[in-house]
Write a protein that binds this ligand. Sequence first.
Ligand SMILES: *[C@@H]1O[C@H](CO)[C@@H](O)[C@H](O)[C@H]1NC(C)=O
Ligand SMILES: *[C@@H]1O[C@H](CO)[C@@H](O)[C@H](O)[C@H]1NC(C)=O
Length: 204
Amino acid sequence: MVSQGFVVASILIFCLAGSCYGKGHFSSLKRTLDVTASPKEGQVLVAGVDKITVTWALNKTLPAGTDSAYKTIKLKLCYAPISQHDRAWRKTEDDLSRDKTCQHKIVAKPYDASNKTVQRFEWLIERDVPQATYFVRAYAFDSNDAEVAYGQSTDAKNSNLFEIDAITGRHSSLDICSVCFSAFSVLSLFFFFFIEKRKAKASS
Ligand SMILES: *[C@@H]1O[C@H](CO)[C@@H](O)[C@H](O)[C@H]1NC(C)=O
Ligand SMILES: *[C@@H]1O[C@H](CO)[C@@H](O)[C@H](O)[C@H]1NC(C)=O
C-alpha cells in the first residue's frame, strides 16, 4: 500500500515536471542488447534477501557503429504478462512515457562503446518490490536521455521468467501500523472535539 502510494506520487511529480510528454515508442526501438538475468526459469526469489546478476552486451551480429549514440544503460525489472493481467497500473503501453511494464529501476550505468566485453551488475532485490513474475530489460539511452534501443532477458514466448516473493510478515506489520495510526487519528479527533465542547460550555 505504502509503496504503491509512493509510486503514484512519484508518477504525479514526474508528470508535473513535464516529463510525461512522449519521447519514444517501444515499437520503434531496436533490440540490440543481449541481456541475461541469473534466476533460472520459474525460480522464486525473496525481496530484500536474494540477488540477481544481470549481464548485458551489444549483440555481436550487428554492424559496427550501431551503438555510437548510446550514452547510458538503464536496467529495469519488468512485470511479466501474467502479473499484468487485470492490473491497469502495470499495463504495457507503446508510448514509453506511459508504459508501466518496467517500474523498478535496478541501476543506470554509463555505456562505453569501446568496451565490448559483457557487462555485469549484481542487484540485491529491493524490499519494496511487490510479489509478481518478472523479467529484466535494459534500455540504451542517448545523450538527450531518450530510449534508442533495448534488450531483455525474455522473448516473445515468455521464457526465462522468474518470481519474486515479498518477505512474509512485512505487509501484515505495515497494515497493523496503518490501522493503528488511523485509529489514533480518529481518537484524537474525538478527544479534541470533546475538549473544545467542554471549553465552550465552561465559558458560557
Ligand atoms: C543476436 O541477434 C541475433 C539476430 O537477431 C539473434 O539470433 C541472436 O540470438 C542474438 N544473440 C544473442 C546472444 O542473444
Ligand atoms: C571493460 O568492461 C569490463 C567489465 O565491466 C571491465 O572489467 C574492464 O575494465 C573494461 N575495460 C576497459 C578498457 O574499460
